[in-house]
Design a protein around this ligand. Structure first.
Ligand code: GLY
Ligand code: MN
Ligand code: MN
Length: 369
């Protein structure tokens, strides 16, 4: 996409002669490859994109996806597809096109070392510039097409989130609920889950990055469901928390405190505000409560082609929010051995505020046992 290639070069100083984005084997695929080459499906293992300062893009596509690549390129006059059957053909093509380059850009954040070594053999005289910082900066604000994809992914996550209470039955296991959620996301139009779906019952809900397992649901459990959809290659990331059976302990108050913390952060969002201030606003709410210190992670992260798309919002963040960023806002309170609550939404930062991309109800919800 010419506008994205140009955006990247505008942010890259000094400018390399070209920027190479080289995929290895799944999951070591470069997100920036798919950011510059807007192609709806295909793995593109071993494929390489070369971005030029004039906005043009050359893509060496393996024969496995060549048809998909050509169809995508028909919609974009600034993309040229070169098909290869063996890696040596792509190497030869790259050497012919870029052999005289003195300086080439690489995305050090996503290329594997083995792939770098391959490129270094093709271009023994080139010097290399790491363009991962400008790439991160370019990708963190989204264009209209990206916002459309992210909105769709968020809508799918929200639909499934509203259906979760119907899946919560006495004795059901976490994995059964996660499987049904994954199925429903795909039924609503996702190409798959954007990461391994978290369904955590009881004490497991106090572990922020737990994976679904074989724990059975019991009356009195808190439940954390953290999941997201991939749609047109873009991710959503949403967490909703529930409570199973009548609770007579502190978890209702915990839930309400997490909602209050999320509201405190959301209320600050607009272009120009320091990301760190959002995190601190949520943290202050929780630290002023009986659960001081139980918010144990950063407030959120940018989201895009990857669920964690290069940038986090925490007390160390130095960046300011910019119009067009899409970030998660996900405070939580975790009581080890007992239970946890997290509420996570994806929001688009606007000049004067934000727009929710995920909309499912967030309030305390006690599902009948
Ligand atoms: N799904 C992991 C996270 O919320 O960051
Ligand atoms: Mn999440
Ligand atoms: Mn998240």
């Amino acid at each position: 996409m010419k506008t994205r290639v140009e955006k990247l070069f505008r942010l890259t100083d000094p400018r390399p002669d070209a920027i190479i984005l080289a995929n290895s084997v799944d999951p070591h695929l470069d997100g920036a490859f798919f950011w510059l080459f807007d192609v709806p499906s295909g793995l593109f293992e071993g494929s390489v994109a070369v971005a030029h300062p004039d906005g043009e893009l050359d893509v060496w596509s393996s024969v496995l996806e060549a048809e998909t690549a050509r169809t995508a390129a028909k919609k974009d006059p600034h993309v040229r597809i070169h098909e290869f059957r063996a890696p040596s053909e792509a190497e030869e093509g790259l050497r012919k096109q870029l052999g005289s380059s003195r300086n080439l850009g690489l995305n050090n954040a996503e290329i594997t070392h083995a792939t770098y070594e391959r490129l270094a053999k093709i271009f023994p005289d080139a010097s290399w510039t790491d363009v991962s910082a400008p790439l991160r900066k370019a990708r963190v604000t989204k264009d209209r097409v990206e916002i459309e994809h992210l909105t769709k992914a968020g809508e799918i996550g929200s639909k499934v989130a509203t259906e979760i209470p119907d899946l919560l039955k006495d004795g059901t296991v976490e994995l059964a609920v996660a499987t049904e959620m994954n199925y429903r996301m795909m039924r609503h139009g996702a190409s798959g889950p954007s990461f391994s779906t978290i369904v955590a019952f009881g004490p497991n809900s106090a572990e922020p990055h737990y994976f679904a397992g074989d724990r059975k649901l019991r009356s009195g459990d808190s439940i954390v469901c953290d999941f997201g959809a991939y749609c047109d290659r873009y991710a959503s990331d949403i967490t909703r928390s529930f409570h199973f059976g009548k609770r007579d302990d502190e978890m209702k108050a915990v839930h309400e405190k997490v909602e209050e913390a999320q509201q405190a952060a959301l209320g600050l969002i607009r272009a120009g505000v320091a990301a760190k201030e959002l995190h601190l606003a949520a943290q202050r709410v929780i630290d002023a409560s009986p659960w001081r210190g139980r918010f144990t992670h950063g407030l959120g992260h940018s989201i895009g082609l990857r669920v964690h798309d290069g940038w986090g919002m925490n007390e160390r963040s130095e960046d300011l929010l910019e119009e067009g960023m899409v970030v998660t806002v996900e405070p939580g309170i975790y009581l080890p051995g007992h239970g946890g609550v997290r509420i996570e939404d994806d929001v688009l930062v606007t000049k004067s505020g934000y727009r929710f991309l995920t909309t499912a109800p967030r309030g305390y919800h006690e599902v009948g046992a």
